[in-house]
Write a protein that binds this ligand. Structure first.
Ligand code: THU
Length: 136
């Protein structure tokens, strides 16, 4: 995927999604773009609430959109923010991502367009997943 048109599109879609963020409380907009194995892209932005704890991260919104449209197998997600460092998903989002496998790539970007790539396995080692429920 490195250097491909598909990656460039995924990176653009996460930046565009960031522009839709509803974050009047944190003023910390985040955008995510999720690529399915079938090549479709679902984007998401963070959506906050006056009842602060009800806010949802961009990554989970993108996953929920994909799942609710019948897509459960993912290749990659790109994430964008205005932070001067590479944006990295919160622990809750990592666990929600892990539900759908450990072998997919996360493109963590900076506003200058640079990025680092991590697998979910790297971001959430020794994770608990659906398979583990059958080991008891
Ligand atoms: N946020 C995300 O949407 N994704 C991340 O990877 C980090 C944090 C949101 C949650 C909240 O709306 C705001 O950014 C500040 O934490």
């Amino acid at each position: 995927m490195e250097g491909s048109e598909c990656l460039q599109l995924l990176l653009r879609r996460c930046r565009e999604a960031k522009d839709c963020a509803y974050c009047p409380y944190s003023r910390f907009p985040v955008g995510a773009a999720l690529l399915t194995v079938g090549g479709e892209i679902f984007s998401g932005c963070n959506v906050e609430n006056a009842c602060y704890s009800l806010g949802v991260c961009a990554e989970r919104i993108a996953i929920q959109k994909a799942i609710s449209e019948g897509h459960t197998r993912f290749r990659a997600m790109a994430i964008a923010s205005d932070m001067s460092d590479f944006i990295t998903p919160c622990g809750a989002c990592r666990q929600v991502m892990r539900e759908f496998g450990t072998d997919w790539d996360l493109y963590l970007t900076k506003p200058d367009g640079t990025y680092i790539v991590k697998t979910l396995q790297e971001l959430l080692p020794l994770s608990f997943g659906p398979e583990d429920l059958h080991k008891a």
